[in-house]
Ligand binder design. Structure first.
Ligand code: 3H9
Length: 692
């Protein structure tokens, strides 16, 4: 089987692309397709050509792995598309699975497009920080009109073939065998002349107001990003310039976007997200358990949110509480959440009922006896958790997974109270658990491979991004955020205002800075932990400026007063009382206040994350730097276009990061020091070798 097979079906030449798994436009594909067009050109008996994907999909786009190759070595998608557009015999794209990015661009340069009903078509390049670079920005507006083309190119989400048919993007939906249908279509249209070419059409529906509104819109949806504005510029050119002008500009702007740190960051995350699911020792043959029924202990905010993930995936849930009141409250919150989604038109009332019907409330833990997985989501107290796991050990059926949603506690210690520690795992959901995509999968010392593999598969099924981490205080995300919080507090002690520290992170693209986040989470939580830790360690009662804010009764957003004031309930406004408290605090403690630049604040905050991340890597708590990046993007709002904190450090150069840490009085972690000295990046670090 060659990369592109040529088969004659009478007077139709069928070109089948075989480049598994997704028929990306990799080296070999353009050569094969050109050879196919050569054959069609040279054979008078061939009257039309069909291009189809072998395996599960049409072309999923340019091969993202080749983006950093020198131009001469990269597969020439544009060259092939230019030839296809000018081809003198009709060509038909036969689409199943997905026609994405360069794949849809190939289809757009064909004379016709036919598709199976369940196929999907889209231009997702914006999600990789680039733009459709092989004619998409010029052809799509000429078929579906400018408003729809902008929606597709700026949102990056595919549309269904049925919608594409209505829009004229697909000429025919094929009900039976796609290949047969496409060949019949090609034959039926073999003699139509002149050949309809999208490049010769006009792009309708654009206006100065529309483009202005689109530019305004991306300020909110794609704040700080380059490629969306380039996409709008190109769509505007499609309405005002000849095709050739737009096509040439697109090539230039594509290269500009592709070579930007933003695109490097987004491509890094694309692959990191897929890598995160790969664990040494786990193979396709590792046995997994099918999860048919779940049990959840605790119907509070976390338990309820977790339950919704299962219900959304059609998995029945039994939810346990200790009192009828708590159970009723939990259920009514879940129902309200679904009803709100229904009000927004994203669920029907029937679907709401369908989901609620999958939920069984109970006060009896014994009702969990048939669950394939049981997730404990009660408050963070080791004794309470141990008690629950002791009872679960007696109740759960053999083979059931026993999971804890702890965010800090030692999963090994929890597992030790059961007779089956190999079945115990941490599943750390992030709040709100029905929304946040991250799932830290905490592998304890004795967790079996099968339980780990099942948890990874479950994460995919409930639409989470699962990242495997090891046991330590706070695992990966919270352990790093503690260092970040410490640094933020220090910045303020030294003279920064809380809003300055927050602004430093906004400048990097984070929606919230450290203090806005603390106010939202509730300041009393950290306060109680600090007080408790000091007491246990026999140290004096902590008296930081943040402790004083809590002691003044300001617990954060929930009390409408924290580090910030919340006059309208949600929006933080700098508080005069915090300024006064800080002035007194600094005076009492003899702290010198100094001007702190935004650059210093950003560096100190991000590099404190990076430094702790380096320690986490060295200890093997996270496998790869990319795993940490995925955690920060899906769990903590780090902007994907920065690629995550570790990638950001790579982009800045680890030598510079180490030097900056030293300048600010911090010691670079040994791994960071080592890589900086070797002139390497975290991404280049051979973690498998380092761990033997
Ligand atoms: C583009 O086209 C630019 C042009 O406009 C202009 C050029 C001049 N390249 O996601 P999965 C790999 S930009 C290379 O797990 P699924 C992926 O890494 C491109 N590799 O499967 C994974 O590898 P591994 C625009 C790719 O079924 C394996 O395939 N296109 C590519 O859940 C399976 O992937 C896109 O952005 C690629 N293009 O989802 C589409 N795509 O097994 C990106 C996938 O080693 N792709 N791989 O981990 C997707 O959205 C999903 O992969 C897709 C399948 C929906 C296709």
């Amino acid at each position: 089987m060659s990369t592109v097979d040529q088969t004659r079906e009478g007077d139709v030449l069928v070109l089948t692309i075989n480049n598994p798994p997704v028929n990306a436009f990799s080296p070999g594909v353009p050569e094969g397709l050109h050879a196919g067009l050569d054959a069609a050109e040279g054979d008078a008996g061939v009257r039309s050509v069909v291009i189809i994907g072998g395996g599960r999909t049409f072309i999923a786009g340019a091969d993202i792995k080749t983006f950093d190759l020198p131009r001469e070595q990269a597969p020439d998608l544009r060259g092939f598309i230019a030839r296809l557009d000018a081809f003198t015999k009709p060509t038909v794209a036969a689409i199943h699975g997905t026609a994405l990015g360069g794949g849809l661009e190939v289809a757009l340069a064909c004379t016709y497009r036919v598709a199976t009903r369940d196929a999907q078509l889209g231009l997702p390049e914006v999600k990789l920080g680039v733009l459709p670079g092989a004619g998409g920005t010029q052809r799509l507006p000429r078929v579906v009109g400018v408003p729809k083309a902008l929606e597709m190119m700026l949102g990056g989400n595919p549309i269904k073939a049925t919608e594409a048919k209505e829009l004229g993007l697909v000429d025919e939906l094929v009900e039976g065998d796609l290949r047969e249908g496409a060949v019949a279509f090609a034959r039926a249209h073999a003699d139509e002349r002149p050949l309809p070419r999208l490049s010769e059409r006009r792009a309708e529906g654009g206006s100065p107001e529309l483009f202005a509104a689109a530019r305004e819109g991306i300020r909110k949806t794609h704040r700080g990003q380059l490629s969306p504005s380039l996409i709008i510029d190109l769509a505007e050119m499609a309405t005002s310039q000849p095709f050739q002008e737009g096509w040439d500009a697109e090539a230039r702007l594509f290269m500009q976007a592709k070579d930007s740190p933003q695109s490097r960051g987004l491509r890094h995350i694309f692959f990191a997200e897929r890598e995160a699911g790969k664990i040494p020792g786990l193979t396709r043959d590792t046995p997994t358990t099918e999860i048919r029924a779940a049990g959840i202990i605790g119907a509070g905010t976390m338990g309820g949110g977790i339950a919704m993930n299962f219900l959304n995936a059609g998995i029945p849930v039994t939810i346990v509480e200790t009192s009828q009141d708590a159970l009723d409250r939990g259920l009514s919150v879940i129902r309200k959440n679904y009803e709100n989604t229904a009000k927004k038109g994203r669920l029907t009332l029937e679907q709401v009922e369908g989901r609620m019907n999958l939920l069984t409330p109970t006060l009896d833990m014994g009702d969990l006896k048939d669950a394939d997985i049981i997730i404990e989501a009660v408050f963070e107290n080791m004794d309470v958790k141990k008690d629950i796991f002791t009872r679960l050990d007696a109740i759960a059926k053999p083979g059931a997974i026993l999971a804890t949603n702890t965010s800090t506690l030692d999963v090994n210690e929890i597992a030790s109270v059961t007779s089956r520690p190999e079945q115990v795992i941490g599943l750390h959901f992030f709040s709100p658990a029905n929304v946040m995509r991250l799932l830290e999968i905490v592998r304890a010392d004795k967790t079996s491979d099968s339980v780990l593999a099942t948890s990874l598969a479950l994460a995919r099924r409930i639409k989470k991004v699962g990242v495997v981490v090891g046991v330590c205080d706070g695992f990966v995300g919270n352990r790093m955020i503690h260092r970040y919080g410490d640094e933020a507090r220090k910045l303020v002690e030294e003279g920064a205002r809380p809003q300055d520290a927050d602004a430093a992170m906004h400048a990097l693209g984070l929606p919230m800075g450290p203090f806005e986040m603390s106010d939202m989470a509730g300041l009393d939580v950290g306060y109680l932990i600090r007080q408790h830790q000091a007491k246990v360690a026999g140290k004096p009662k902590p008296d930081g400026w943040l402790d004083r804010i809590v002691e003044a009764g300001r617990k954060g957003q929930k009390t409408q007063a924290g580090i910030y004031d919340y006059p309208d309930g949600r929006k933080p406004v700098p508080a005069a009382s915090t300024d006064e408290l800080l002035t007194t605090y600094r005076q009492e403690k003899g702290l010198q206040s100094r001007e702190i630049s935004q650059e210093e604040a950003t560096e100190r905050l991000v590099y404190s994350l990076v430094n702790e991340g380096a320690r986490i890597l060295e200890e093997g708590i996270a496998q790869r730097a990319g795993d940490i990046d995925v955690i920060y993007i899906y769990g903590y709002g780090f902007p994907a276009y920065r690629g995550g904190p570790m990638r950001y450090a790579d982009e800045m150069g680890l030598k510079n990061v180490a030097a900056a840490l030293e300048k600010y009085g911090q010691t670079p972690a040994p791994l960071l020091r080592q890589l900086a000295d070797e002139g390497k990046t975290f991404e280049q670090w051979d973690w498998e070798k380092a761990r033997g």
